[in-house]
Design a protein around this ligand. Structure first.
Ligand code: CDP
Length: 203
């Protein structure tokens, strides 16, 4: 059975949490595509050329330490504007999307570019302030010494770069179900996502 769920949205919208829960619920595999760009971004911080890093990316690169830091997130969004970098990562993501047993992919361009034929597309959003607060709490819990205002700045700057780039800009697919989680708990956001997927599976 091939069934792909594409979950896109701006920075720190809760895509990861929702994707993991949805994948678990249906017994699907999950790919956090942001991690691919973060791994490439991290390599550029140590002087490797971005395209070279994307073309030679290995599974173990996704386990590198510190991929979740705002510095790496910024580096990721900078390499993500490059057509050659995006191109180098396409085949892996498409193969993952169509793997047997079902797949959930979260990112920025899954419903628009990587898998426009996905059976279900969700676009998860929340206000920049709410997203920054959630990300701040997450980073703080992981022991990072960072201020709320720095996190908000990172979120706003990346969103702008991700939306305005010419290659695969961040935007909802025409047929995406939009879920605004600004005033939802995690449980409510997951329930809304599961309802949207169920509606497509039954329809
Ligand atoms: O977790 P968060 O939403 O903050 O970011 P992420 O999903 O890990 O993505 C990090 C960066 O990678 C984004 O700001 C994008 O620039 C880029 N990215 C992308 O261009 N396309 C994707 N499919 C996934 C991430």
């Amino acid at each position: 059975m091939n069934f792909t769920i594409a979950i896109d949205g701006p920075a720190a919208a809760g895509k990861g949490t929702i994707s993991k829960a949805v994948a678990k619920h249906f017994g699907f595999s999950h790919l956090d595509t942001g991690l691919l760009y973060r791994a490439v971004g991290a390599k550029t911080l140590s002087g490797v050329d971005a395209t070279e890093a994307a073309r030679s990316l290995q599974a173990e690169d996704l386990d590198a330490p510190d991929l979740r830091t705002p510095q790496v997130a910024q580096a990721a969004s900078k390499v993500a504007v490059l057509a050659d970098v995006r191109q180098a990562l396409v085949d892996f993501q498409r193969a993952f999307a169509r793997r047997a047993g079902g797949a959930v992919l979260d990112g920025r361009d899954i419903g628009t570019v990587i898998c426009p034929e996905a059976e279900t597309k969700l676009f998860v959003t929340a206000s920049a302030e709410v997203r920054a607060e959630r990300r701040y709490l997450e980073l703080e819990a992981n022991g990072l010494d960072i201020s709320r205002s720095q996190v908000l700045e990172d979120v706003i700057e990346r969103d702008k770069r991700d939306r305005e780039r010419s290659e695969a800009p961040l935007r909802p697919a025409q047929d995406a179900v939009q879920i605004d989680t600004s005033v939802m708990s995690i449980e409510q956001a997951i329930a809304a996502a599961l309802r949207a997927v169920d509606a497509k599976r039954k329809g």
